[in-house]
Ligand binder design. Structure first.
Ligand code: UGA
Length: 428
């Protein structure tokens, strides 16, 4: 099928590339000429394992190209996918400016029937707004479908190609059939709902996962007080299939471009409809507090943070990505700096992004070994697998102190204690 995807951020680029990979003819639209031309050369602006390789294959087969010309792309497509950003506004609601703008542009460009699929995470009711905006400019027949995306950064390609489910919020059988064609080679249960339900499934899923994380973080904080081990608690709980093992890793709180924004947005959506979503308010509060709990652990163990040298390993909001949006690691660096610590950092992928937001006094190391030299403490702030495999005895020798505060419960206590470290984790 001929598909246009508007927006080439994480979701748009992965979706477009994967659709080209499974044989569709895809045009990716990006407003910035420079970004489009780099993508046309196969250069991707994000770190996402496996993406560059399948983009290269799709380009070789002539299945994907990028342009700034939204109008021409829309006119030559049967399917138009909206995958633009919906950042948080100050009040927590989703900013729909880009979605609205794109809807108008699609309406102005359309000449024949097309299915418009919305993949951006948008408040319930947005697909109808998109439909109304398109209709203002195009009098012909078209359909709007909501098809939320569930991919995770770091495993986005696999998540897209092997999803657990594909949600299709559609009220036209012609559009539903077209969308089923788009995903015909992709496994996973196809769930067909009305548009509002599809939009809600996305928010409810992210909010539930965030709730699981805040719940286990609360349990971790109690574990700290009673001498229990949250990892074993999570294991013991998760073996009950009604609970499940996933998303029960305690730590310094969730971050990223999705959970914080979507939980706030759902809370706002409920509020504007006169419903006080108490549980979500607590989820947000617990998540914000978690970084301070980590900071308290550092303070307690170092006595005084002022003048101490501290290495922060990991800056991304989680491992396997270069994304630092709402990263708890970045917040921790700032909190430690304002408490008077000197900070050195290392992250395998996120340092260029971090440089753009952190102040100039942070020292950027070339690797973890360099980051810890003469430091009093190390903080693990993203779950990169490579931190587990470090030669920790070598790190111990080059440090001035011996404290590790593991904000992601990534490392093994008994190994580290044998090497002479003081190991402090979250709830263990
Ligand atoms: C999340 C969802 O998992 C995806 O299904 C969804 O498509 C995506 O948001 C989105 O809405 O676009 P992502 O933000 O890439 O994906 O990252 P996750 O792997 O879900 O992790 C989010 C945060 O939660 C990270 O900071 C991570 O460290 C934290 N986390 C995750 C925990 O603290 N504990 C856990 O057990 C799991």
């Amino acid at each position: 099928m001929r598909i246009t995807i508007i927006g080439t951020g994480y979701v748009g680029l992965v979706t477009g590339t994967c659709l080209a990979h499974i044989g569709h003819s895809v045009i990716g639209v990006n407003r910035h000429p420079q970004k489009s031309s780099q993508l046309n050369q196969g250069k991707i602006p994000i770190y996402e394992p496996g993406l560059e390789r399948i983009l290269a294959g799709a380009r070789r087969n002539g299945k994907i190209r990028f342009t700034t010309d939204l109008g021409q792309a829309v006119q030559s497509s049967d399917i138009v996918i909206i995958a633009v950003g919906t950042p948080s506004r100050r009040d927590g609601s989703a900013d729909l400016q880009q979605v609205r703008q794109v809807a108008v542009q699609i309406g102005q460009a359309l000449r024949k029937y097309a299915v418009i699929i919305n993949k951006s995470t948008v408040p319930v009711g947005t697909a109808r707004i998109v439909g109304a905006l398109v209709k203002k400019h195009f009098r012909g027949k078209f359909d709007v479908v909501s098809c939320p995306e569930f991919l995770r950064e770091g495993s986005a390609v696999r998540d897209f190609l092997r999803p657990d489910r594909i949600i299709i919020g559609s009220e036209s059988s012609r559009a539903t059939q077209a969308v089923l064609q788009v995903f015909r080679n992709i496994p996973g249960k196809k769930v067909i709902t009305n548009i509002e339900t599809a939009e809600m499934i996305k928010y409810a899923s992210n909010a539930f996962l965030a709730t699981k994380i805040s719940f286990i973080n609360e349990i971790a904080n109690v574990c700290d007080r009673v001498g229990a081990d949250v990892e074993q608690v999570a294991l013991g709980m998760g073996l009950d299939p009604r609970i499940g093992q996933a998303f029960l890793r305690a730590g310094m709180g969730y971050g990223g471009s999705c959970f914080p924004k979507d939980v706030r947005a759902l809370n706002t959506i409920a509020g504007t409809k006169g419903y006080n979503f108490r549980l979500l308010k607590s989820v947000i509060e617990v998540n914000n507090r978690q970084k301070n709990i980590l900071l308290k652990k550092v303070k307690k163990n170092l006595k005084n943070i002022r003048g101490k040298k501290i290495a922060v390993l990991g800056l991304a909001f989680k491992g396997n990505t270069d994304d630092i949006r709402e990263s708890a690691a970045i917040d921790i660096v700032r909190l430690l700096q304002s408490a008077g610590a000197q900070i050195s950092v290392y992250d395998p992928a996120a340092m260029p992004n971090a440089r753009a937001v952190l102040d100039g006094t942070v020292k950027y190391a070339n690797n973890s070994y360099q980051a810890v030299v003469k430091t009093d403490a190390v903080i693990i702030a993203s779950e990169w697998e490579q931190f587990k495999k470090l030669d920790w005895s070598r790190l111990r020798q080059s440090m001035r102190g011996n404290l590790i505060v593991d904000g992601k419960n990534l490392l093994n206590r008994s190994i580290l204690e044998r090497l002479g470290f003081r190991y402090v984790a979250m709830g263990k």
